[in-house]
Design a protein around this ligand. Structure first.
Ligand code: C2O
Ligand code: CU
Length: 456
């Protein structure tokens, strides 16, 4: 073996695990695959995966570039891909039944769109997403800044929980479980990161890392804490914060939300991302294997990222006011609602598989919640009349929370709404098309908590 062949072999061996997680080419195939989600000794879990992988490959693009993927559906079910958080061309939004027909088994669809905003996004199935996302159809979509922050390494961490049969380690069926649909949603019995229950990072003490956290879980709100890491939040839902915010307490990551952190490894012995589990105890969620010697000096706080275009504070002086009420669910007072244009009692809704209404409607009505002229400033009050939290997501545009004192929160595409705590959000309806508004607890969305607006 000559030296060149040997070096190529070594490089290939070292790089292989990384390369398998980096997207190459323009084809993207959804197919059945397997993943070792559960601890060693358990069988591999059969998943639906992009390229058969859990998570799907990291798709990376430069800000302002186009992402093009010839999507091939080799699954036994129809599907489609949504590019979550991208201020996208409506025809590419991937919502079966609203922006495209689902891609049948054996079918193809070309997704081709610009990515105007740098940041951490993700892609996932948007056909029967309650089941397809739970089976693994998701992956990170990273849009790179022209001026990225200086860090020693970067990690994409996509969190999930899986409901596995404890004997076979296979994903439990029963996606229409009434308890889950009418309560908090489908929760897993195993949590993990990047398709593993025990994902770990190797880092050197003193290193500065960029961590891109994505919550791909169906229903779980991850409550996190940093241990042995000094961190700053630099972006939420892809969008840079104007000033970096030191992480001093808990990080709450609702389904579909993202947070970008810069962390310095300041640990002497232990570093981890901890999560608050169902028993309210803190557990290691992402562990760190540390190398190098402890470092005494703290580094200066990082600089904020460059702002994305078209993301300034919103002029509310001519805003149109709307109100959207979340209702239904267990302990929710059994509201009437509209379904398929008919008014039904709550019991009739339940007989049709619906447990929730959004603005009085269960599921997607024929008429949009609002018909908006392009450029309209929308001020939307979200009223949570239920006993559960909801992660409310708007497609196609980011919004800002309007706080009680009138100040504006950061740009987000998903906001956590707590029971009986109304919140207000505002956005400029500047992206034409049909856009979903829904709860990203995907069982809630499937059981009615789904609406849409039209921008023309
Ligand atoms: Cu993450 Cu309607 O989507
Ligand atoms: Cu919900």
């Amino acid at each position: 073996m000559n030296r060149r062949a040997f070096c190529a072999g070594v490089a290939g061996a070292l790089l292989a695990p990384r390369l398998t997680w980096a997207a190459t080419g323009t084809r993207l195939t959804a197919k059945i695959g397997t993943a070792q989600i559960a601890p060693d000794g358990y069988p591999m879990t059969e998943v639906y995966g992009y390229e058969g992988m859990l998570p799907g490959p990291v798709i990376r693009a430069k800000q302002g570039a186009r992402v093009t993927r010839d999507f091939v559906n080799e699954l036994p079910v129809p599907t489609s891909i949504h590019w979550h958080g991208i201020r996208i061309d409506n025809a590419m939004d991937g919502v079966a039944g609203l922006t495209q027909d689902p891609v049948p088994t054996g079918g193809t669809f070309t997704y081709d769109f610009a990515v105007p905003d740098a940041g951490t996004y993700w892609y996932h199935a948007h056909t029967n997403s309650m089941e397809q996302v739970a089976r693994g159809l998701y992956g990170p979509l990273i849009v790179e800044e022209a001026n990225p922050p200086k860090v020693d390494a970067e990690e994409v961490l996509i969190f999930d929980d899986w409901l596995l049969d404890p004997n076979t380690a296979q994903i439990a069926g029963d996606f229409h479980d009434h308890m889950a649909l009418s309560h908090g949603g489908r929760f897993g019995n195993l949590t993990g990161t990047n398709g593993r229950f025990d994902y770990r990072i190797t880092a050197r003490r003193g290193d500065r890392l960029r961590l891109r956290l994505i919550n791909a879980a169906n229903a779980r709100i991850f409550v996190l804490r940093l241990e042995g890491l000094t961190g700053w939040t630099i972006a939420l839902d892809g969008m840079p914060l104007e000033t970096v915010e030191p992480v001093t307490g808990e990080i709450v990551l609702a389904p579909a939300q993202r947070v970008d952190l810069i962390v310095d490894v300041t640990a002497t012995d232990m570093a981890a991302i901890l999560m608050n589990a169902d028993d309210r105890q803190w557990y290691e969620h992402v562990g760190f294997d540390l190398t190098g010697d402890p470092v005494a000096d703290l580094r200066a706080a990082p600089e904020p990222l460059d702002q994305n275009p078209n993301s300034g504070l919103i002029d509310l002086s001519h805003a149109r006011d709307f109100e959207m009420r979340m209702a239904g669910g267990a302990m929710g007072g059994m509201p009437d609602g509209q379904m398929n244009g008919q008014t039904m009692t709550f019991m009739e809704l339940v007989q049709n598989g619906m447990y929730w209404t959004l603005a009085g409607v269960a599921g997607l009505g024929d008429a949009p919640f609002a018909d908006l002229e392009r450029g309209t400033v929308v001020r939307l009050k979200l009223i949570n009349d239920t006993a559960f939290p909801h992660a409310m997501h708007l497609h196609g545009m980011h919004f800002r929370e309007i706080r009680a004192d009138g100040s504006q929160g950061p740009m987000r595409d998903t906001i956590l709404s707590l029971p009986q705590q109304p919140i207000e959000v505002a956005f400029v309806a500047d992206n034409p098309g049909k856009w979903l508004v829904h709860c990203h607890m995907l069982g809630h969305a499937a059981a009615g908590m789904n609406s849409w607006i039209r921008v023309a």
